[in-house]
Design a protein around this ligand. Structure first.
Ligand code: PXP
Length: 236
C-alpha cells in the first residue's frame, strides 16, 4: 500500500487575501501539485472565508478532474455547498471563528445528533471523513456515524517535544491501529512538517497525510514542486 499525500492549499489563498486581490491564485498551484504526483488537494472553506473562497472551489471543479478533499464545518450552509461542488471527500472539522487554525478534533459524542443529520444530508457519493483526536471512543463513534474514515489530529503531536511528543505518538499509533482494524480509512494531519513527519511515517496504518502550512511556507525557499518532493521523500 502506497501512503498518499494531499496538499492543503489554503495558505496560497491566505497570501492572496492579504491584498484582497487575485494573486496568487491557489488553483494555479494544481498543475504543479499534479506534476509532483501528489494524490490530491485539500481546501478548507471556512465560514469567515479568511482564505479559500467559493469561487476557488468552482474554478477548481471547472478546470480539473483531480482528487478534492473539502474540509468544512458541519453546518447546513456547508452541506449545500458540498452537494453542489461534489468533492471526492468531505472532512468535517470543528470551527471557531476566532481560532488561528483548527484547534483539536471534533467531539463526536457532544455533536452526535448534529453530525448524524449533516452526514445524512450530504450526497451519498461523497466520502465522509471525521477529524478527531486519537481516542478509541471517538473512533467507535465515527464507525457508528457511518464515516468512511477518520483523520487523526496531529496538532497536539506537532506542538510537543521530547517525552511528551513520544507519548502523543504512542496515542496516535494506537488509534491508527484500531481505526484500520475497524476498516476505517485512516489519515492524519495538522502541523506536520519535515521535522516531525519522519517519526510518524513509521506508523504503517496511516494511509494518507494532509499537509499545508509547512509545504506552502517551504515553497518560498524551495518552490512548490521541490517542497512536495521533499515531503514525498520522507513518506517513502
Ligand atoms: N487537516 C485538517 C483537518 C486541518 O484543519 C488542517 C489545517 O487546515 C490540516 C490538516 C493541514 O494542517 P497544516 O496546514 O498545519 O499542515
Amino acid at each position: 500500500m502506497k501512503t498518499k499525500l494531499n496538499i492543503n492549499i489554503d495558505h496560497i489563498a491566505t497570501l492572496r487575501q492579504a491584498r484582497e486581490g487575485d494573486f496568487p491564485n491557489p488553483i494555479d498551484s494544481i498543475k504543479i501539485i499534479r506534476k509532483a504526483k501528489a494524490n490530491g488537494v485539500v481546501m478548507h472553506l471556512r465560514e469567515d472565508r479568511r482564505h479559500i473562497q467559493l469561487k476557488d472551489l468552482k474554478n477548481f471543479k471547472k478546470k480539473y478532474n483531480f482528487h478534492l478533499n473539502l474540509e468544512m464545518a458541519p453546518t447546513l450552509e456547508m452541506v449545500k455547498i458540498a452537494n453542489k461542488i461534489k468533492p471526492d471527500v468531505v472532512t468535517l472539522v470543528p470551527e471557531k471563528r476566532r481560532e488561528l487554525t483548527t484547534e483539536g478534533g471534533l467531539n463526536l459524542r457532544k455533536n452526535y445528533a448534529k453530525l448524524k443529520k449533516i452526514i445524512m444530508l450530504l450526497d451519498n457519493d461523497i466520502k465522509i471523513m471525521l477529524f478527531i483526536d486519537p481516542i478509541k471512543t471517538q473512533i467507535k463513534l465515527a464507525l457508528e456515524l457511518g464515516a468512511y474514515g477518520i483523520e487523526i489530529n496531529t496538532g497536539n503531536y506537532s506542538e510537543k517535544s521530547g517525552l511528551l511528543q513520544k507519548k502523543e505518538i504512542g496515542r496516535i499509533k494506537k488509534a491508527a491501529i484500531y481505526s484500520s482494524e475497524q476498516n476505517l480509512f485512516t489519515a492524519a494531519g495538522h502541523g506536520l512538517n519535515e521535522k516531525n513527519l519522519p517519526n510518524l511515517v513509521k506508523i504503517k496504518q496511516i494511509e494518507e497525510y494532509n499537509i499545508g502550512h509547512s509545504i506552502i511556507s517551504n515553497s518560498i525557499f524551495y518552490g512548490l514542486y521541490e517542497s512536495i518532493k521533499r515531503i514525498q521523500y520522507i513518506i517513502k
